[in-house]
Write a protein that binds this ligand. Sequence first.
Ligand code: NDP
Length: 265
Amino acid sequence: MKLKVQELGKKGIVPSLAAVLVGDDPSSIVYVNMKRKACEEVGIISHLYHLPSLSSEEEVVELIKRLGEREDINGILIQHPLPPHMDEMSVFSAIPPEKDVDGLSPLSLGKLVFGRPTFVSCTALGVIELLNHYNIQIEGKEAVVIGRSIIVGKPIALLLLQYNATVTICHSRTQNLWEKTKQADILVVAVGKAEYVRGEHIKEGAVVVDCGYNRPPGGGKNVGDVHFPSAQEKASYITPVPGGVGPMTIAMLLKNTVKSAEVSI
Ligand code: NDP
């Protein structure tokens, strides 16, 4: 990535990312800082716009529109979640499609539904990159995704579908969840509950991708949505937390930002 950024630099282009953070959610602050640090390491300029949690939706939309017009900014990232008084769809809609490096605007998501995405959610892209990197066959496999959020579950499910998996999406109203997870050749967990999925919920030999990143109730090191010690006994492949999907998400953000800079040439 550093080399790509240097090559662009020779053409007079320095990729830049604007991160918009609304409020003081401690996890969001940590994530944004990790993303900024990663940008700096490869030579991408990063700007942080940190707004108070009581900002109005109009103020946030206005800022995004201004960033959208700036030629020196290639990518715009809105750190999720937004405060509850904001309509996410309205805010994400303000990102120009060519700068939507986290693929969350209605247009980007719609293009993903059509199977012709430009930018895809960095977490979803990171999951697919991991599967591809380890030559894990997706086509024809039973894939089960736990979670249907706009940022993680839905885009992952859509990408798996695009790669010709048979996809089941589970959520809080799903009946007999564990019957479904035990059918999965590929199990992607984005439920937001610490160590929720355990070895006994997993088919022998399954590929388990843990998107979670949770503070355990009693404190201590962050853990995933999967109970790693029991799950690794069953899985043929499993992503660790930390060190699995999280760093991939950041890597995909850098990749998408560079892509948006290349498109701007
Ligand atoms: P959300 O809280 O937005 O979504 C959680 C999903 O899980 C919802 O669809 C919910 O269903 C479903 N769910 C909740 N309880 C159950 C249950 N008992 N059984 C089945 N489904 C259930 O979380 P996110 O999608 O934002 O994040 C998911 C996880 O991924 C979190 O741990 C988060 O920290 C992590 N994350 C990691 C990132 C990374 O870079 N690695 C980036 C973003 C998130 P319903 O829709 O019905 O409410």
